[in-house]
Design a protein around this ligand. Structure first.
Ligand code: DCT
Ligand code: MG
Length: 399
């Protein structure tokens, strides 16, 4: 079926690691420096990063620091912590002493100081201070609501609001449709989505798109394509093999889901894609394809093994966040690559293209600035080849 097809490429298998780096034994000075066979690249798109994270103690700490920077609009330090975390995630070994990080890229003074604290005390005092900070806690809580970003969170915080009940009791606050649904389904959509639930949703969408056009193409993207066991949503691409025929596909799909009575929320953004406006020089620009942000009702009876974390004697269904994007078929490979992620992997693919190859990559296209031409691609492998990069499998993109 479609899910097995989508996952076939994404099945996590034992990967052959490029870096045979021995870890250090503190008691043996001559073995104290690891001997890297190959150096670790500063670009995530030149590293293999599976879902197995050997350095979670450090990367969790960096994630808190990055998030705190994000809340304070410190973009530079935020990115620095995310890059540091990403490098550590790619290591097939756990860092056990600071000397082992000597040859690693993207680890600045601050990151190393945090790691040293963790190595010495098992925790970082800076991170603990952030975690107990009222502003951080409140922004974290507010931005956990679907439709609430850092800007809205900050606005509410500045008005002295500290809890959901503060917000819901404030008559001057007007929640938009997305935020209303975010609060309504908060319990369900803040719970992780399991792979079995993602598969069940895939089957539902697969059936619906094939009623519309028998030749519809459906692909799973996002974290589940990278082999993750859990996600915060499920991401899909739908299109048709016939160029132009994808135009009404998404709207018809939404109608289908509505008729089935499982559409709890829908924000549909029509396509604003215009090939003549490319290449886009805007960094991290969201793509212009038709897309929708949904909340769907998923019945436990449709999920193999039942709903994830369902309360005993609770409801027979749960609400799940689903994103669907619908590009024209000739843009398919770029969309698949862009929506598979991870975010850090995508950032570094674009940075690599720009800096090392003088090329512009986004979810629409790849443009060669030297040749002043677009490079065609029908598969992700084509894009890696154009960039002169070794192909990285989806399950190795968990940067
Ligand atoms: N994406 C991106 N830039 C963004 C947002 C998303 O490149 N600003 C890409 C990367 C992943 C993909 O879209 C789907 O996004 P998410 O669902 O947010 O990420 P995920 O990796 O699927 O994580 P999760 O498992 O939490 O859903
Ligand atoms: Mg996702």
């Amino acid at each position: 079926n479609w899910f097995t097809d989508s996952m076939r490429e994404g099945r996590p298998v034992a990967v052959e690691t490029r870096h045979r780096i021995q870890d250090t034994l503190p008691t043996m000075p001559e073995a104290a420096t690891p001997t890297p066979v190959a150096t670790v690249s500063q670009y995530a798109c030149q590293r293999q990063t599976t879902t197995k994270n050997n350095n979670k103690v450090f990367t969790d700490a960096f994630e808190v620091l990055a998030e705190s920077c994000e809340f304070n609009e410190m973009e530079g330090p935020c990115l620095a912590f995310r890059r540091a975390a990403s490098v550590l995630k790619s290591l097939p070994w756990a860092v056990q002493c600071l000397r082992a990080t000597e040859d690693l890229p993207c680890l600045g003074e601050h990151s190393k100081a945090v790691m040293e604290e963790i190595l010495q005390y098992g925790r970082s005092f800076e991170v603990e201070k952030i975690l107990s900070d009222e502003r951080y806690q409140t922004l974290k809580l507010f931005t956990s609501v679907f439709g609430v970003g850092p800007k809205t969170g900050e606005k509410w915080y500045r008005r002295g609001l500290r809890s959901f009940s503060d917000i819901l009791a404030e008559p001057s606050i007007h929640l938009n449709r997305m935020q209303q649904s975010g609060f309504l389904h908060y319990g369900d959509i803040s719970r992780a989505v399991s792979k079995a639930e993602a598969r069940a949703l895939g089957n539902i969408i697969d059936e619906a798109v094939h009623v519309i056009t028998p030749d519809a193409i459906l692909a799973l993207t996002g974290g589940f394509r990278r082999g993750k066991e859990f996600g915060h949503d499920v991401d899909f691409i739908v299109t048709t093999p016939e160029l132009g025929k994808e135009g009404h596909l998404l709207a018809s799909l939404i109608d289908q889901l509505e008729q089935q009575g499982i559409l709890l929320f829908c924000e549909h953004q029509a396509s604003t894609f215009d090939m003549s406006k490319l290449p886009s020089h805007r960094f991290e620009a969201m793509d212009h394809f038709a897309k929708c942000f949904l909340i769907l009702r998923l019945e436990g009876s449709q999920v193999v093994g039942g709903l994830h974390n369902a309360e005993e004697g609770g409801r027979s269904w749960r609400a799940v966040r689903v994103d669907i994007v619908s590009p024209p078929i000739d843009r398919y490979a770029f969309t698949l690559l862009g929506w598979t992620g991870s975010r850090q992997f995508e950032r570094d693919l674009r940075r690599f293209a720009r800096t090392e190859r003088r090329m512009l990559l986004d979810n629409h296209a790849l443009f060669d600035k030297t040749k002043k031409e677009f490079l065609a691609a029908t598969t992700e492998k084509d894009i890696f080849a154009h960039l002169g990069l070794e192909y990285i499998e989806p399950w190795q993109r968990n940067a």
